[in-house]
Design a protein around this ligand. Structure first.
Ligand SMILES: [Zn+2]
Length: 482
């Protein structure tokens, strides 16, 4: 307790000494919330820790004092397990008054967990990330509680965001998401002074979203940067858990201006005047959304949120191919040359982490053959034009931050259409080629990129007296899955 008191006294002193202008009572409360949540005594609010539980208790106590109601029957907390720890979201509700619309929800969320303490004892206080957003939703609740609202507004403080959005996933699972008209995640909003404008990502997920957000900002004299969709993969936030269930989402942030995921992300660096303005603005926007006669989803979801693991997907792919001819029985070897492939890739999901993948590719492969007259210093260009069909099983790894990693194992068949050596057509090349293929890669939303290696098993050359040779290829590919 001693530490907490010291922090509060420090905060008070800062307020008294460092403030020349008149602060609103709300700005003072925002400051107090951030200083408490980002104090050393909360030790970085690591998900599911006793420190995070202190933060959760603080948030619940604030909700209680403000006079909003717990959403769940059992109280303020929605408990869930993550990595053997019991984590909890703090969830309150402001009930709408319109009989036809009150079952519809606008979810206002912010994660309150952060990274805890490093191995060498450094505390990640996470003032911007995300004591700032947590403070904002507390004060938004206070404003909205006294407004006449038609739709209901849920205020949710999430645990275990930093570990992979687990809190918001748990909440999205518990709700009937067809009633959620918009989910707004407020994550890192404490650096308006350096970011210059408040970023609102996802305006195109609802009808007329851009107009509403811009007009309100103009009226309230807040600089905003309204974007149609979220694009960042690195800073994926709790919107993802709802967007993946086709709920319109808005991610609100002042950007990556603070010492992101560093121990220096401290309370004294936060722009509290900006935080105050942002709180007023977001409360106003929420009120308008809650009362809009017609609040409709546009049906568009950010590509970074689209679930790449649908049952069946297909799309174009293009590759750069490095080809080489190996002579397993000889002391000499071929040299590599580049070629390309274009075609389509199709995937069928078998079970959660396993897919079947097949490609049909039109390929131009090149390599350099050793010249029989001067084995080590002179090479002849080999060119093959072929239809390649690689197919196999793809094992997918966790997609914690919207990135699916995969590795694949299978085989390929190639039908050679034309072949030439030093520009002269040749019949010495086997027209039917097959072998093993393996791959690794990743998918972000619909974009995929990866590497594939192919290892020919049957002979490259046909005919008497030809050396044993195998085609080896390394492929770098990019693709887009629809
Ligand atoms: Zn965050």
């Amino acid at each position: 307790m001693k530490n907490i008191n010291a922090t509060i006294i420090a905060a008070m002193l800062m307020l008294i000494c460092g403030t020349a202008y008149a602060q609103s009572a709300q700005q003072q409360r925002l400051t107090n919330h951030v200083y408490f949540l980002a104090s050393d005594s909360l030790r970085g609010r690591d998900a599911g820790s006793t420190d995070a539980a202190k933060a959760a208790a603080y948030i619940a106590q604030q909700f209680e004092e403000i006079g909003i109601e717990p959403y769940f029957e059992g109280g303020w907390y929605q408990g869930f397990e993550y990595a053997g720890r019991s984590c909890k979201n703090v969830v309150g509700i402001i009930h709408g008054a319109d009989t036809a619309l009150k079952h519809e929800l606008i979810v206002i969320g912010a994660h309150y967990d952060h990274l805890g303490v490093s191995k060498n004892g450094k505390i990640y206080n996470g003032a911007d990330d995300n004591a700032s957003g947590t403070a904002t939703i507390i004060e938004m609740a206070r404003i909205l509680k006294d407004k006449p609202l038609k739709r209901s507004v849920m205020i949710a403080a999430f645990d275990a965001e930093e570990k992979g959005l687990h809190g918001s996933v748990a909440l999205a699972k518990r709700l009937d998401v067809s009633n959620v008209k918009l989910m707004m995640s407020i994550d890192m909003v404490g650096w308006l002074h350096k970011g210059k404008a408040l970023q609102l990502n996802g305006a195109a997920t609802i009808m007329d979203g851009k107009t509403l957000l811009n007009q309100t900002a103009r009226r309230m004299q807040l600089k905003v940067d309204v974007r149609n969709f979220e694009t960042s993969l690195i800073t994926a936030t709790d919107t993802r858990s709802f967007a993946r269930k086709n709920v319109p989402t808005l991610a609100v942030t002042t950007g990556l201006k603070s010492p992101y995921h560093k121990p220096e992300d401290d309370a004294e660096l936060i722009d509290y005047e900006g935080l105050d303005q942002i709180t007023n603005y977001l409360a106003e926007v929420t009120e308008q959304l809650a009362n809009a006669p017609d609040l409709q989803a546009s049906g568009r979801i950010a590509p970074v949120h689209s679930d790449s693991r649908r049952a069946f997907s297909i799309g174009p792919t293009a590759s750069v191919v490095k080809g080489r001819i190996a002579f397993p029985d000889a002391a000499f070897d071929g040299r590599s040359r580049y070629g390309f492939e274009v075609g389509i890739v199709a995937q069928l999901r078998l079970i959660k982490h396993l897919s079947l993948e097949a490609k049909v590719l039109y390929a131009h492969h090149n390599a350099k053959l050793p010249n029989a007259n001067n084995l080590y210093n002179s090479y002849l260009p080999l060119h093959q034009e072929a239809v390649m069909v690689p197919a196999g099983l793809l094992l997918r790894m966790a997609d914690e931050f919207g990135i699916d990693l995969y590795c694949g194992l299978g085989g390929y068949y190639g039908r050679v259409l034309k072949a030439s050596i030093s520009g002269q057509p040749t019949a010495a090349i086997n027209t039917n080629q097959y072998g093993l293929a393996w791959s690794v890669g990743m998918e972000f939303g619909r974009l995929r990129m990866g590497c594939e290696w192919r290892y020919q098993l049957n002979p490259l050359f046909v005919g008497e007296g030809m050396p044993n040779a195998k085609h080896r290829t390394a492929v770098f590919n990019v693709g887009w899955m629809f």
